[in-house]
Design a protein. Structure first.
Length: 451
C-alpha cells in the first residue's frame, strides 16, 4: 500500500452511448442503447438517461425495449470507439510509462512511476487535468479515482460517476470502505454476495469484523483470505503496462438459427478469417484452434485442435476449424458460432502446411501411395446479396449527394430513414426517408467528434 494516492483509475462514462450522443446532437440528453438490436441482441452500453428506466449492460435488448420503448437503439460502431479510445490512452501515456488498459474505456495509471504526482495535491491536480483534456480532445467524459492501490482507485472511480473525481486518502481506507456493500469488492459477485448475506454479512465492515478464519470457512482458503485483506483495504498489486492476452477469438449470434450445413461451414470460415485478422493486428500467432458452437437448445459445445507449431495463417486456421466442425452435430440448428486461437506466441512457424503433408504422408505410408504436399486452396464465399433493408444499420454513418453526412435512424419495408446532422451541429438535424436502393445514398465515414 502506498502512502500517497498515486494510482489512478479512469473509467469512461457510458462510453459507447456517450460517443454516439457526442456524434449525434439529436440524441444528447436522450436515452440511448447500444448493442445488438435484433430479437436475440444484448445491450452493450446504455446511456445514463436509459439507465433511469432500468436498462443496463448485458440485458437482452428485447427486455430493454419493454423498459424504454422510446430510446434510440443503435448498432455498435467499434471502429469509432477504438479511435476515441486511442486518443484517451495517448493522454494517459503522457502521465506515465505504466498504463494498464483493462478495456477500450478503462485503465490504471501509475502516476508515481511517471513522476506526475507524489502527494495528494499533485494527484488531484493531475486527475482534474486528465478529465478536462479528455473532454477537450474527445468530447466525452470520464470519471477518475485516485488511491494508494488499484482496488481502491477502481472503487473511487465508481463512486465518482458520472463525470467526477474521487480521491481516497491513504489511511482512511477502512473508514471509507466500512459502510459499503460487500459487492463493491472485486470477486464478490451475485452468488458470493448472497452466500455472505445468508451468513449475516452485507457490508465491508462485517467482513473485516468476521476475521480471516470465518471467511476461509465460508469461502475457501484462497478466496476467504483474499477477501479479508480487501475488506481491510489492503491491495499490493502493481500497475502492469503489458497485459499478455491468452487468446484471441470472435463469435457471432444469429437472429435465426442456422440449419443449412453449408451456411454453417461458410460462417465458421468467415469467423476464422476475422480471428486471424485480430491475431495479426496483435502481432501474435497461436498453436491451438478452438471452435465454439451453441445449438438451438442453448447447449454449448467447445472443440479444440493443437497444431504442430504456432501460426497466423488464415488457411491453416480455417482448415482446423472446419475439421472441428465435422465432429459437431448441427442438425437441430445453430444460434451461435465462435472461432478462437490460444497458446499465443510472438513468432510464426512459416511452413505449417507441412503438418497437412505429414498427416497425408502417414496415411499414404500405410497404403504405399505417394503423396504430393499441396497447400489447401482458400475457400471463397459466394457473393450473397442481402435484402436491401439489411444494409442500413441503425446508428451507422451515411452520406447523401444533396444533403451531406447523416446517420441511419431505421430501415424496413424498402425504406431507410436518415437524420442529417454532424457532431458540431447546433441542434437536431432534419430527417429524410429514401428508398433503400437510392443511388444518391451511400455508406459514409465517421466524422470527428471534436472539430
Amino acid at each position: 500500500m502506498r502512502t500517497a494516492p498515486t494510482i489512478l483509475h479512469l473509467d469512461m462514462d457510458a462510453f459507447y452511448a456517450a460517443v454516439e450522443q457526442a456524434a449525434k446532437p439529436s440524441l444528447r440528453g436522450k436515452p440511448v442503447v447500444v448493442g445488438g438490436i435484433g430479437p436475440r441482441g444484448v445491450v452493450a452500453t446504455a446511456s445514463y438517461e436509459a439507465r433511469r428506466f432500468g436498462v443496463h449492460s448485458a440485458m437482452p435488448t428485447a427486455q430493454a425495449r419493454r423498459l424504454a420503448p422510446n430510446a434510440a437503439y443503435l448498432v455498435p460502431r467499434f471502429a469509432v470507439y477504438r479511435a476515441v479510445s486511442e486518443q484517451v490512452m495517448e493522454l494517459l501515456g503522457r502521465l506515465s510509462p505504466l498504463v494498464e488498459p483493462l478495456s477500450l474505456d478503462e485503465a490504471f495509471v501509475d502516476l508515481e512511476a511517471g513522476g506526475a504526482a507524489d502527494d495528494e495535491a499533485s494527484a488531484r491536480a493531475v486527475g482534474e487535468w486528465l478529465r478536462a483534456e479528455i473532454r477537450r480532445v474527445t468530447g466525452v467524459s470520464g470519471s477518475v479515482g485516485l488511491a494508494g492501490s488499484k482496488m481502491l482507485a477502481k472503487i473511487a472511480s465508481e463512486e465518482a460517476k458520472p463525470d467526477g473525481l474521487r480521491l481516497m486518502a491513504p489511511g482512511t481506507e477502512r473508514e471509507l470502505l466500512a459502510p459499503m456493500p460487500v459487492r463493491i469488492l472485486p470477486g464478490v459477485g451475485p452468488a458470493t454476495g448472497d452466500h455472505l448475506r445468508r451468513a449475516g454479512m452485507t457490508t465491508v465492515a462485517h467482513l473485516a469484523e468476521a476475521g480471516e478464519d470465518e471467511l476461509v470457512r465460508l469461502l475457501g482458503k484462497a478466496h476467504g483470505a483474499s477477501l479479508h485483506r480487501m475488506a481491510q483495504g489492503l491491495d499490493d498489486r502493481p500497475v502492469v503496462a503489458e497485459r499478455d492476452a491468452k487468446s484471441v477469438s470472435v463469435e457471432d449470434t444469429f437472429e435465426v438459427d442456422l440449419h443449412d450445413r453449408v451456411r454453417v461451414r461458410l460462417e465458421v470460415e468467415r469467423l476464422a478469417d476475422r480471428c486471424v485478422e485480430r491475431l495479426r493486428r496483435a502481432g501474435r500467432s497461436g498453436r491451438t484452434v478452438v471452435l465454439k458452437v451453441r445449438r438451438f437448445d442453448f447447449s454449448t459445445l467447445t472443440r479444440s485442435e493443437t497444431l504442430r507449431g504456432p501460426t497466423d495463417d488464415p488457411g491453416v486456421v480455417r482448415e482446423a476449424a472446419a475439421r472441428l466442425l465435422e465432429g459437431v452435430d448441427t442438425t437441430g440448428g445453430v444460434r451461435l458460432l465462435g472461432v478462437g486461437v490460444t497458446g499465443l506466441a510472438d513468432f510464426t512457424q512459416e511452413d505449417l502446411f507441412a503438418q497437412v503433408a505429414a498427416r497425408d504422408a502417414e496415411a499414404a505410408g500405410a497404403s504405399g501411395a505417394a503423396v504430393e504436399a499441396v497447400a489447401p486452396e482458400p475457400v471463397e464465399e459466394p457473393a450473397v446479396e442481402e435484402p436491401g433493408e439489411r444494409r442500413w444499420l441503425a446508428g451507422h454513418d451515411v452520406r447523401h449527394v444533396e444533403y451531406g453526412p447523416g446517420w441511419v435512424q431505421g430501415s424496413g419495408l424498402g425504406r431507410v430513414t436518415v437524420r442529417f446532422e454532424e457532431p458540431g451541429s447546433a441542434g437536431p438535424g432534419r430527417v429524410r426517408t429514401f428508398r433503400v436502393d437510392d443511388p444518391d445514398l451511400a455508406a459514409g465515414e465517421p466524422l470527428p467528434l471534436v472539430g
